[in-house]
Design a protein around this ligand. Structure first.
Ligand code: GDD
Ligand code: GTP
Length: 410
């Protein structure tokens, strides 16, 4: 049997995702109309003999309760949220709940970061992992040398795929092969984490006995003994020991840290729906329906006027109302938004309950990695008629009655 664990983090994480993470835990923010974690969770469905999916985080349990029960019913796989009392780090979180994770006596454990967007080739990884015979297999991808330092960089043996060297976000370039934040382990991972904790305690105790100067830092280390990072504390020391291997994806992969990236990842998932869930995409060609261009998701409860033109890369959430003559290109429109007649939104995220007035224009350049490359309206923002908002971030509950450009409206 196999279990999957998704690390969802907690309220102190996801700060770069503000203001969108002010309303909803980042892992539940919709991409292609589905909560971010819905994509890895549905990918888990393809794993043979999957017994259980755990979400581990330090958000309040009630924030995930609704989603967890609905997805369990939909996939007919038990999905459970396990709440940490405080952040334990990516390995510490897993270790903290080892009794739950080992309940079904799994032979393999998948571990997924919640904030990566990819095709999750999980069955293929498991096959490769079994062939290698190691303790863990890491999903990896080649990226440009300039961007590699934002990730864990690793060097792998080109023949055996063994991880020879691992450094987390190094200052000087090591390798353009990076850690995608998707892993499969045997239960030995728990022994490896336990060993790391014990070694750290031994070192701290030794310092305490031998040198008074170290007393403070050693005590601090003991206090944080259960905070263990998977990358630095576990993967790095295990490199070159014939226990870690790589599986390289040739498909898409992105990390979702900022609102701009959510727009890019929404596009990637919408285009994946063409192959996996085409029923979720709005169909063109229906004369009672708006004009649809490319990949578009429209929630069944949303009302879109027949003269509107929508797409490509647009997702429209529940109860949104899109008026006559509206044009939407590359947008995420959240619940209960109203977009009035002849307004236009391009490269923008429109927050819950916001409204965009008649002939108004809300737009970004579409540089998804720049700070002001898209326009974001937080919750309950009102853009009045004919107002133009370009490359700006508007915090919740603001009313804009004058046009703005490259501004952050606090
Ligand atoms: N439950 C729980 N508890 N989850 C946590 C905690 C914690 O204390 N700390 C982090 N996480 C979750 C985050 O929500 C995220 O899903 C995942 O663990 C990794 O987050 P970070 O530890 O902040 O690392 P990162 O995202 O900057 O980088 C990691 O992922 C990259 C791929 O996206 C590293 O492993 C990199 O090497 C890797 O390239
Ligand atoms: P095709 O390329 O043949 O589909 O022509 P199109 O005119 O429909 O262009 P497209 O959908 O690619 O995008 C531009 C559309 O947005 C045009 O139809 C413009 O009329 C419309 N548009 C541009 N600026 C505004 C605006 O400020 N308000 C509104 N309501 N529409 C606008």
């Amino acid at each position: 049997r196999v279990v999957a664990v998704i690390l969802v983090g907690g309220p102190t994480k996801g700060t770069r995702f503000r203001p969108l993470s002010l309303n909803v835990p980042k892992p539940l923010f919709p991409l292609a109309g589905q909560p971010m974690i819905h994509h890895p969770i549905s990918a888990c469905k393809r794993i043979p003999n999957l017994a259980q999916i755990y979400l581990i985080g330090f958000y309040e349990e009630r924030e995930f309760a609704l989603y967890v029960s609905s997805i369990s019913n939909e996939l007919r796989i038990p999905v459970r949220y396990l709440k940490e009392d405080k952040p334990h780090g990516s390995a510490g979180g897993l270790y903290n709940f080892r009794d739950y994770v080992m309940e079904d006596n799994p032979s393999h454990i998948f571990l997924l970061n919640c904030d990566v967007c990819c095709s999750f080739p999980l069955p293929e990884m498991l096959e490769a992992h079994k062939r290698y015979g190691g303790m863990g297999t890491i999903l990896v991808i080649k990226v440009s040398a300039e961007s590699a330092n934002q990730f864990g960089e690793l060097v792998a043996d080109p023949i055996t795929n063994e991880v020879l060297h691992y450094t987390e976000k190094p200052e000087t370039f090591v390798s353009d092969l990076i850690n995608c934040g998707v892993y499969v382990f045997t239960p030995d991972i728990f022994t490896a984490i336990q060993d790391a904790i014990m070694q750290r305690n031994d070192r701290a105790n030794l310092h305490r006995e031998t040198s008074f100067e170290f007393l403070q830092s050693a005590t601090k280390a003991l206090l944080h003994a259960d905070f263990v990072r998977l990358d630095q504390d576990i993967l790095s020391p295990l490199a070159g020991k014939k226990v870690l291997y790589t599986y390289e994806t040739t498909d898409f992969w992105e990390q979702i840290k900022t609102p701009g990236m959510s727009l890019k990842c929404s596009a990637l998932y919408l285009s994946q729906f063409r192959h996996t869930s085409s029923h979720l995409l709005a169909g063109g060609g229906d004369t009672r329906c708006a004009t649809i261009v490319g990949d578009v998701y429209i929630h069944p409860s949303a009302k879109v006027h027949v003269t509107a033109k929508i797409g490509p890369n647009v997702s429209i959430s529940a109860n949104a109302r899109i008026g006559a003559g509206v044009r939407l290109i590359s947008c995420i429109i959240l619940d209960d938004v109203e977009i009035k007649e002849n307004a236009i939104a391009i490269n923008s995220i429109v927050g819950w309950k916001s409204s965009i007035g008649r002939w108004a224009r809300v737009q970004g350049d579409g540089d998804y990695s720049a700070k002001l490359g898209i326009t974001i309206l937080g919750e309950a923002v009102a853009v009045e008629d004919e107002v133009v908002v370009i490359n700006s971030i508007v915090l919740p509950n603001k009313t804009l009655n004058v046009s703005v450009q490259e501004e952050i409206i606090l």
